[in-house]
Design a protein around this ligand. Structure first.
Ligand code: SF4
Ligand code: SF4
Length: 139
């Protein structure tokens, strides 16, 4: 949720005001997250696997809970890293501070769980539930 305005610049001093212009890829504008209920049952994790089967979807858990992570860039992110709707950008973008952000430390460094793809979640499910591979077998 970059706080940077579009700017063409040559030699710029690094400080709080200019920090975002140094951020390659504008890390905070290329995904969205949505909190999800804490998964507990086999059905919950099976549902998450379905979500993870889709492109650009990941799931993580941190101290705030479980989240769906959608790795899609914002349509208003400009090629130079600026925000195309800076004056009217959503509140979540305004609230995001660059004091200590993903430029300084990757968010995943503080994840308790990070499922990057379908297989990583499947491996976790098999470990967590002994009956995982037989869950569709009628008893
Ligand atoms: S991740 Fe930090 S430095 Fe990069 S654009 Fe967002 S707020 Fe700015
Ligand atoms: S609206 Fe602007 S600040 Fe917000 S995510 Fe999109 S490009 Fe970034």
């Amino acid at each position: 949720m970059s706080s940077k305005q579009s700017s063409a610049q040559a030699e710029v001093e690094f400080n709080a005001e200019t920090k975002c212009s140094f951020c390659e890829g504008t890390k905070c504008c290329v995904y969205t997250t949505q909190e999800i209920e804490t998964p507990r049952s086999i059905d919950d994790f099976d549902h998450m696997l379905w979500q993870m089967a889709h492109q650009d979807i990941q799931i993580y858990k941190d101290e705030d809970g479980w989240f769906l992570l959608v790795n899609n860039r914002c349509q208003f992110l400009q090629d130079d890293g600026g925000c195309g709707i800076y004056e009217t950008r959503p509140q979540v973008c305004r609230d995001y501070s660059n004091d200590f952000c993903e430029y300084d430390e990757p968010a995943e460094d503080n994840f308790d769980h990070y499922f990057r793809d379908y297989d990583s979640l499947l491996t976790y499910c098999r470990k967590r539930f002994k009956k995982w591979d037989t869950r569709f077998t009628s008893e």
